[in-house]
Design a protein around this ligand. Structure first.
Ligand SMILES: Nc1ncnc2c1ncn2[C@@H]1O[C@H](COP(=O)(O)OP(=O)(O)OP(=O)(O)O)[C@@H](O)[C@H]1O
Length: 782
């Protein structure tokens, strides 16, 4: 029987499942309603049911027990309510699309095959014994992703099960109706994928559970690696695989792993909003999402104005003719490298013996304990102790000193003045304390002196509070000066450099760095090395509750960033996803792939998975874009046809804008919903926006401050388009003037690879040399 003839039979099953879903929905809706009113009622009558009596200790205990009991009842109801709501949402999803796949599997040793239907969550039949739908994350479901018809096997907690897959069927079901049905011979048939990929993009990323590819499934279900490195071409599904992996882990370890124990580091806040719907769509809570910059701001933002990566990017892209440009770029590369990391490690070793810089402890413009004294004391502590342990010991020493100095301070004139200014209550309080201590008696003739002493001590202690607090927080370490020392003492720097010579332009880098530090500015390239040094001195901050860290766009991370993250999350496994062809930051030029990261883990703890096939863009777009980068021929394309990218030369800027406006109008007519005009920098984006806005009133300008991903027509700087995609992309002015440097190749490639269905390049004047290696057959000149 052909697959089409199977259609009515399959639709009948869909109907049956949906009617069961509807029955369940009715029950769960009732439960949700009842629980909700119970919670409201408990909230309203909370105090009625609590016996409040605060008269004596016994009554107090009883009151406490009664409140606790009431609170427990409440939290149990709330838990049940949350659970019922989850069930409700999952049933609502099943009602629309109960499943997307079916496999018939004959297990070895069995006579009959079982039909396994796979959907976004499990559904049991009314007997409670059989699954009408299996969750896509169940062990048996991996058969669907890993095999086509033929011998197949899967792993369960109890061992491996093998057998024969007799059928593999895919469905597109919407609103309870089967829209398409395919039987496939190979792993996940191309037809379904064609259909999914051919669609217009959304403002938010979609889940890919119905069409996960075999190599992506290896990423999603990996449970062995401590460090899982995914290197994949643009559009190969790295982010998608990462998000489905989060959903998988939450399912697989549902007893022990909570969403807040998973952190995703993304390239920018807009990207966070772009991916934030995938997990809820799969019925899971979102993991924590952040950016590395947010972490830097949190750690260093109080002390410095910390430059963000986009500030640095704008500089590297637009300040080429400024004096000092080359030196700064060389500095950016050096300061991100493993060589500089080793230098800082050696510096920490050096500081262990000499060269630490401490701040004076100042009180009322007087130095109470000088930085020199602290330094002397620090180096009397045993060198066998780590620096952070010595700092703790130093802090204890300082606290003792402060106690001693406080006594001395009591005799200072300012203390008397302060006492006179004390208000009545404070005065009274001090006397009461004195009574309590029983040092004050009516018949002693030195009562006045004691009273004065007590008051003086109180005044001084109060003023010293802040000094003690600072001592505990180790603020006596002058970390900016320690870091600055490296850039103001050339002998020290070359001593530490050892056999790994410093840059030729070291002097320029030094003056630039020192000047910025003096202005309380921390450039992006200095921020993480500085933080790393601080942590080497104070001890690494750790977060022990996080179990999984995901780093997307990892090619943009430096050796330092990885080192900090590894130490920050000592109990976490890491999943790191990146594409070296999209390494757009200046520092990446000197980096050797993910080598710096891999060095942080044992080789046997690390697994690497390559994704070579690009799913985002049409065949024509991939044929063009892969010609732009070295090694691009290794990128495989998914055979989804479209039109060739176009290249148009405009006579002047006015003509360029007219062309873009026309092209956008046409694309909109063709039904494309998300269209991006990608410019190189923020400045260029503003120019383009100003020129195009009048003709295209719905145009949005995206800048670093944009927090949510916008649908529609947008103008966006290239580096912010990272990780996201659009139905159609227009590259604004691909002239030699804009993209004249080899160092911009990866940025250019990244911008072009954002296009799903249409890519148009426009320019004025001379064409960028970055197009030189593109095969002219792969694009159309218009
Ligand atoms: N197995 C799949 N089934 C359906 N769609 C997929 C699949 N894999 C990837 N895609 C789609 O391909 C597009 C690119 O995916 P994604 O953004 O995850 O790739 P990426 O490797 O992170 O890309 P980039 O590095 O260029 O940002 C998305 O639209 C995604 O939905």
């Amino acid at each position: 029987m052909s697959v089409k003839q199977r259609w009515p039979e399959e639709q009948r099953r869909v109907d049956e499942v949906i009617s069961i879903v509807e029955e369940r929905l009715e029950v769960v809706e009732g439960q949700v309603g009842t629980l909700r009113s119970e919670i409201v009622s408990i909230r309203n009558t909370f105090w009625d049911d609590v016996t409040v009596n605060l008269e004596d200790a016994d009554e107090l205990i009883e009151t406490y027990a009664s409140m606790k009991q009431q609170a427990e009842v409440m939290s149990e109801r709330e838990r049940n309510h949350r659970h019922a709501l989850r069930q409700l949402k999952s049933l609502l999803r099943l009602k629309q699309t109960p499943y997307f796949g079916r496999i018939d599997f004959l297990e070895d040793g069995e006579r009959d095959h079982s039909s396994i239907y796979i959907g976004t969550s499990s559904l049991m039949d009314n007997s409670g014994f059989d699954f009408l739908v299996y969750d896509w994350r169940a062990p048996v479901s991996s058969l669907y992703y890993d095999y086509g018809p033929g011998p197949a096997r899967y792993t369960t907690p109890g061992g491996e099960i093998s057998g024969m897959m007799e059928l593999k069927r895919q469905f597109i079901i919407r609103d309870g109706r089967i829209r398409s049905l395919f039987d496939t011979g190979v792993t996940i048939g191309d037809e379904l994928l064609q259909e999914v990929l051919g669609k217009q993009s959304d403002a938010q990323m979609r889940s890919i559970v119905a069409t996960i590819q075999r190599e992506q499934n290896r990423i999603i279900r990996n449970e062995t690696a401590r460090l899982l490195v995914v290197q994949g071409a643009a559009g190969s599904g790295k982010t998608s695989a990462a998000l489905q992996r989060v959903a998988y882990l939450l399912y697989r370890y549902r007893e022990t792993l909570k969403a807040e124990q998973i952190v995703l580091f993304s390239p920018n806040p807009m990207f966070n909003s772009y991916v934030s719907t995938v997990l809820p769509e799969l019925g899971e809570e979102n993991m924590q999402q952040t950016t590395f910059q947010q972490y830097l701001d949190h750690r260093l933002g109080r002390e410095f104005a910390v430059e963000d990566p986009f500030g640095q990017m704008e500089y590297t892209l637009s300040a080429m003719s400024e004096p000092g440009y080359e030196a700064r770029v060389a500095g950016i590369q050096y300061k991100a490298s493993a060589v500089f990391l080793r230098l800082l490690d050696r510096y920490a070793g050096y500081l262990s013996e000499r060269g630490m810089v401490f701040r004076d402890v100042v009180f009322r413009d007087r130095v109470l304990v000088s930085g020199e004294q602290l330094k002397e004391q620090f180096y009397t502590l045993s060198g066998l102790m780590t620096i952070p342990n010595r700092m703790v010991a130093l802090s204890e020493w300082l606290l003792k000193e402060l106690r001693r100095l406080a006594k001395k301070e009591m005799n200072e004139a300012w203390v008397l003045d302060e006492i006179e200014l004390l208000d009545k209550e404070t005065y009274q309080e001090a006397l009461e304390q004195l009574h309590k201590k029983k040092t004050f008696s009516a018949d002693t003739f030195d009562d006045f002196d004691r009273e004065q002493e007590q008051l003086s001590m109180m005044v001084v202690q109060e003023k010293f509070k802040v000094l003690r607090k600072r001592a505990k927080k180790l603020t006596f370490i002058d970390a900016p000066a320690v870091y600055r020392q490296l850039f103001s003492n050339p002998e020290l720097a070359s001593l530490l450099a050892g056999e790994e010579p410093l840059l030729e332009r070291w002097d320029d880098i030094c003056s630039d760095t020192a000047e910025r530090l003096d202005r309380k500015e921390l450039s992006y390239e200095d921020a993480t090395p500085y933080l790393y040094l601080v942590e080497r001195l104070e001890g690494f901050q750790t977060n022990n509750s996080v179990r999984h860290v995901f780093i997307d766009e990892a090619q943009d991370y430096s050796a330092f960033q990885f080192a900090v993250l590894k130490r920050l999350f000592p109990r976490a496994r890491m999943t790191v996803l990146g594409d070296l062809n999209q390494a757009i930051y200046a520092h990446a030029a000197s980096e050797n792939g993910f080598a710096a990261l891999q060095q942080l883990f044992e080789a046997e703890e690390t697994e690497t998975i390559m994704l070579t096939r690009s799913y985002r863009s049409t065949r024509e777009i991939v044929e063009f874009t892969r010609g732009l980068v070295e090694g691009g021929e290794a990128i495989e394309l998914f055979n989804r046809g479209g039109s060739k990218p176009t290249l148009t030369q405009a006579e002047d800027t006015g003509a360029l804008h007219r062309q873009i406006t026309e092209r956008i109008g046409q694309l909109q007519k063709e039904g494309h919903r998300s269209i991006a005009v990608i410019c190189k920098t923020a400045g260029e984006s503003r120019e383009a926006f100003a020129a195009l806005q009048e003709e295209i009133p719905s145009l949005h300008l995206i800048s670093t401050g944009t927090g949510t991903f916008e649908k529609g027509v947008v103008v966006i700087p290239s580096y912010l388009a990272k990780g996201v995609e659009f139905d159609a992309v227009l590259l604004y002015d691909v002239s030699r003037e804009r993209y004249g440097h080899e160092s911009e190749r990866r940025l250019f490639y990244t911008a072009c690879t954002r296009a799903m269905h249409e890519l148009h390049l426009l320019y004025t004047g001379e064409l960028t040399p970055l197009m030189n290696n593109a095969d002219p057959q792969t694009y159309e000149v218009r």
